[in-house]
Design a binder for this molecule. Structure first.
Ligand SMILES: [Zn+2]
Length: 416
């Protein structure tokens, strides 16, 4: 996966929140400008180009790059796709929008400046910022308000479906993958990408941007393209964006000469990785832990129970089971040391889709040890002492996600 040129040295001064828009009526395109596509000034010019009239007839695809500022691969990839669209001008049913996530952190080449912009997307946090004076906003709070305004504008401009991709890279190398909040609609979208699908991350990590957008009812996924500074990650992100444009029916793949090459690029990069995994464990890291990942781990690497994964002040940290490592932390910023995941048989997807269509989840509160939360809709409280045979997987099958533990009860909410 590793290329010979680093992309870490790009400069991003002047990049704007809206990187580009494409679409509206057949045969029209975002206006472009000539010049060297690798130069920052070219990117700047593109960012300032405005879109013409918008039609509500097709879906909207929103791709957000660099919510983490040390992950510029998606910015370059989106710029490449907009440049290609300018040249090819294929008919587009609907609207494609590229947004930049954390402009301040991107310009500094850091994951974040004050706080992680991909961990604070809760309605409560957004309300609290809005109620405070803009003079008091932290760097990331300001970024969040600007980004949420840009998103709200896009959501309001369409009467049709919104597809949303949060584009990331990782500090470790390894195959690309989709991170999925497992609703049936999200799943259908994710299955059009020939890369591994990772379930359950949103149960371990709160306040993510795709979680927030999914809760608003839009079709969402996260896409992890590879290592932060690897030029191959740009190629993978580029291929994923094209895949999204085809899968949503916005652009006809027959009109894009590179369409097959883009699909093959994803297939090639994902070769050998498990198709479907469920996150079983997150190793949380605090600043004072002195956490250091053992060198050499890559995404999807199989480990055995007892293998040393990392070390901190308390000594070695070992794998608690046979599993696959995901997102091992090889950077200084970030609270997720690593995740442990387990392959899931793809038949599980079919079974759970069937159970959900039967709406069996609506009857789950009749089970022993399970009751409805009187104060929250679509929420179940599960007494793990009584319902000990009802494991989390069972509620996943029925379309619930685990929200955590309150007063000794497990809290599950229905995703749809
Ligand atoms: Zn990231």
């Amino acid at each position: 996966m590793s290329g010979d040129v680093s992309i870490a040295t790009e400069t991003w001064a002047g990049l704007e929140r809206v990187m580009g828009r494409y679409g509206d009526a057949p045969g029209t395109a975002r206006g472009g400008s000539g010049g060297d596509p690798s130069s920052a000034s070219r990117r700047l010019q593109s960012a300032r180009t405005e879109v013409r009239g918008v039609t509500a007839s097709g879906p909207t695809l929103i791709c957000v790059a660099a919510v983490h500022g040390n992950e510029p691969a998606a910015v370059i990839a989106l710029q490449r796709v907009f440049d290609a669209l300018d040249k090819l001008r294929p008919p587009c049913r609907g609207r494609f929008v590229g947004l930049t996530g954390n402009l301040a952190a991107l310009s500094q080449g850091r994951r974040f400046v004050v706080s992680d912009l991909n961990r604070q997307w809760t309605p409560r946090h957004i309300d609290a910022i809005r109620r405070s004076s803009p003079d008091e906003w932290s760097v990331e709070n300001r970024e969040q308000i600007e980004l949420s305004k840009a998103l709200d504008q896009e959501f309001a401009a369409t009467a049709s479906s919104v597809y949303f991709i949060d584009m990331h890279t990782t500090s470790a190398h390894g195959a690309p993958f989709v991170v999925l909040s497992d609703t049936l609609r999200n799943r259908a979208f994710a299955l059009s990408f020939p890369v591994p699908i990772v379930l359950g991350l949103e149960e371990r990590v709160g306040g993510t941007l795709p979680g927030y957008v999914s809760d608003l009812g839009h079709i969402t996924m996260g896409f992890e393209a590879g290592q932060h500074d690897d030029p191959a990650s740009v190629d993978i992100h580029e291929a994923a964006v094209w895949r999204a444009l085809f899968a949503t029916g916005m652009i006809d793949a027959a009109k894009v000469p590179e369409a097959d090459a883009m699909r093959d690029r994803l297939i090639q990069a994902a070769r050998g990785a498990p198709k479907l995994l469920d996150i079983r464990h997150r190793h949380h890291v605090r600043d004072e832990d002195g956490f250091v990942m053992e060198p050499g781990y890559v995404n999807f690497q199989a480990v055995s129970k007892g293998d040393i994964l990392a070390r901190d002040r308390s000594g070695p940290i070992r794998a608690s089971r046979d599993c696959h490592v995901l997102l091992p932390l090889y950077q200084t910023q970030g609270g997720d040391g690593f995740f442990l995941s387990r392959p899931v048989r793809p038949a599980w997807l079919a079974l759970s889709a069937w159970l959900r269509r039967l709406r069996l989840g609506a009857l789950a509160h009749w089970l022993p040890g399970v009751r409805k939360d009187p104060s929250r809709i679509n929420t179940l409280l599960v007494n793990p002492m009584v319902a000990r045979w009802l494991v989390t997987e069972f509620f996943h099958l029925l379309g619930f996600r685990q929200r955590g533990r309150e007063d000794g009860r497990l809290v599950f909410t229905r995703r749809e």
